[in-house]
Design a protein around this ligand. Structure first.
Ligand SMILES: CC[C@H](C(=O)O)C(=O)SCCNC(=O)CCNC(=O)[C@H](O)C(C)(C)COP(=O)(O)OP(=O)(O)OC[C@H]1O[C@@H](n2cnc3c(N)ncnc32)[C@H](O)[C@@H]1OP(=O)(O)O
Length: 312
């Protein structure tokens, strides 16, 4: 039973994914969704993907505890080349080990989000075996992205198409700029999502709306995004006001309400929500107990109690 395996995996705190990253562990081996028995040899796939160069995925970790991840391939509407897929996984690993992290903004360069896989690479990776390997590689990277103990938001400007739409679902929230579009164009490619976007979309908007967005390859604008629950907010452009905040600054301002507080507490909040979302109830309760144990009596808790006692 995959779910049982998953819950066991998540709960085994000694060697588990980022979800358990900050629990007291003797050492942590990052685990993958797939194993070599399923044809998943991550280093072999990395080598194959590196053969398709172009663009980059850039990471800016800030003292505020909020990082900015930028999909950067503007000449290709920020399409993912093979080397960018490797970049992404490496940046997720860096974030899994960022002990001071609380939040993450995922964006695209040049005022557009991402137009999915680089079609030139896709044409070259056309064998079923290689397609599966790319699929498993990106499913692993995006699952780990969503499981980071950080509160994440996708800042969608311009277009998020295909794999780019799937990338938005690997964030906790989505903010859409005026005029932006999220579109699962896979049907037009004779495909379905392969980076985990379908499974996550059902969790976000429900199966009925997911069927409509996928089956209809619907162009989701900010209004429709709010309506179906795919968008959590809309950023209004403000080019006329000199010195107005940039879309990234607006996204960081929006995120601040959910990341303000001590790092261990914010990370614990994300972990207990992840457990509730991914695990059966009993395992989720056990995970919640584990995480609760890391914050009960910890400095932030003791400081809060001390300040409360002065309120007599
Ligand atoms: C599981 C994920 C799934 C998979 O891997 O199977 C995928 O994601 S498949 C890819 C799905 N994405 C698409 O089908 C989008 C393809 N692109 C477009 O529809 C358009 O380019 C669009 C709507 C993004 C922008 O159109 P616009 O007219 O404004 O600009 P251009 O089309 O001229 O694009 C500018 C420039 O970018 C190149 N480009 C855009 N998207 C891609 C892409 N996905 N792969 C490679 N190159 C892309 C486009 O060819 C233009 O280059 P140029 O050299 O100027 O012709």
């Amino acid at each position: 039973m995959v779910l049982c395996a998953l819950s066991t995996q998540l709960l085994r705190s000694s060697s588990c994914c980022a979800l358990m990253a900050r629990l007291p562990t003797s050492g942590r081996r990052r685990c993958c969704l797939y194993s070599s028995t399923q044809g998943f040899n991550q280093e072999e796939i990395r080598q194959k993907l590196r053969a398709f160069p172009g663009g980059s995925v850039d990471l800016l970790k800030q003292d505020s505890g909020v990082a900015v991840l930028t999909v950067n391939n503007p000449a290709r509407m920020n399409a993912f080349s093979g080397s960018m897929m490797v970049d992404l996984e490496e940046k997720v690993s860096q974030l899994e080990n960022w002990t001071e992290g609380k939040g993450l903004v995922v964006r695209g360069a040049a005022e557009t989000f991402c137009s999915g896989s680089d079609l030139n690479a896709v044409r070259a990776i056309s064998s079923p075996q290689d397609g599966m390997k790319m699929c498993m590689f990106m499913q692993d990277a995006l699952t780990r992205l969503l499981r980071l103990p950080l509160v994440s938001v996708a800042l969608v400007e311009g277009r998020a198409l295909g794999g780019g739409a799937e990338l938005t679902t690997a964030c906790d929230f989505r903010l859409m700029a005026t005029g932006s579009v999220i579109q699962f164009v896979h049907k037009h490619m004779g495909l379905v999502p392969g980076w985990g976007g379908a499974a996550r979309l059902v969790h976000i908007v429900g199966s009925q709306n997911a069927l409509k967005l996928l089956g209809g390859a619907v162009k989701v604008d900010p209004e429709r995004g709010l309506d179906v629950g795919l968008a959590d907010g809309v950023l209004e452009a403000d080019e006329d006001t000199p010195g107005a905040s940039t879309p990234v600054q607006q996204a960081e301002d929006w995120l601040r309400r959910y990341t303000e507080g001590p790092v261990p507490v914010i990370q614990a909040v994300k972990k207990v929500v992840l457990a509730g979302r991914e695990l059966p109830l009993l395992e989720a309760l056990r995970m919640e107990k584990e995480v609760f144990g890391t914050v009960w009596g910890a400095p932030a808790n003791l400081q809060a109690l001390a300040s409360k006692s002065k309120h007599k």
